[in-house]
Design a binder for this molecule. Structure first.
Ligand code: FMN
Length: 207
């Protein structure tokens, strides 16, 4: 079978979730996946962006990352979505992209594909898990196969033991090495799940 195709869609204002997204891509590639890394469009007004240290700098540093399109999801065998926690929920920029996806949903292009999520928040108990669960409510509507990390790898414990997805505490220096390793693991796990599903489908066809 061909290598699994994995799309990683993220939003990041100041770089934490972007670093996690890169680590997710790295892990998926290590599992042999072809990957697409895509950001979503910024919605915040310029004056807000300029008022927060690092926001404008990060936007400029990542201006070459392509914007996510519907084709990026139709193309993929599996996805991962990442966004900062905003008042305990998914950042509006990523939510807005998700809210454009009904044509893909109607076509069944989001169903039966493995999917997982990652986030960052300022505080250790500032809403990481509620943000991940909010992503998963949407994924259930798609009929996608949610792939949580659970406690299936030592990297989960080393990153703080979040079985729902990957989460990082915000730090100016970026996510901890533990969180990055958990993100690499999650990318690998979703890619391996996509490969397993594809092999199973091949066997069903030839059975
Ligand atoms: C409007 C807003 C709401 C936020 N809400 C929360 C929150 O509920 N809990 C929390 O711990 N951090 C909160 N934060 C902090 C962000 O989660 C943190 O800045 C983010 O994880 C950094 O990710 P990034 O570097 O990828 O942008 C909030 C930040 C903003 C601007």
């Amino acid at each position: 079978m061909p290598d699994p195709k994995i799309t990683v869609v993220y939003y990041s204002a100041t770089g934490t979730v972007h670093a996690l997204a890169n680590a997710v891509v790295e892990g998926a590639q290590k599992a042999g996946a072809e990957t697409r890394l895509r950001k979503v469009a910024e919605l915040a007004p310029d004056e807000v962006i300029q008022s927060v240290p690092g926001w404008l700098e990060h936007a400029e540093a990542t201006h070459e990352v392509p914007l996510a399109t519907h084709d990026d999801l139709a193309w993929a065998d599996g996805f991962l979505f990442g966004a900062p926690t905003r008042f305990g929920n998914v950042a509006a920029q990523l939510r807005q992209f998700i809210d454009t996806l009904s044509p893909l949903w109607l076509d069944g292009a989001l169903s039966d594909k493995p999917v997982s999520a990652f986030t960052a928040a300022h505080n250790a108990h500032g809403g990481q898990e509620t943000t991940l669960m909010s992503f998963y409510q949407t994924f259930m509507h798609w009929g996608a196969f949610i792939v949580p990390p659970g406690y299936t790898d030592p990297s989960v414990y080393a990153a703080g033991g979040n079985p729902y997805g990957v989460s990082a505490d915000f730090a100016e220096s970026g996510p901890s090495e533990g969180a990055l390793e958990a993100a690499r693991y999650l990318g690998r796990r979703v890619a391996e799940t996509a490969r397993t599903l594809a092999l199973g489908r091949e066997r069903l066809v030839t059975a």
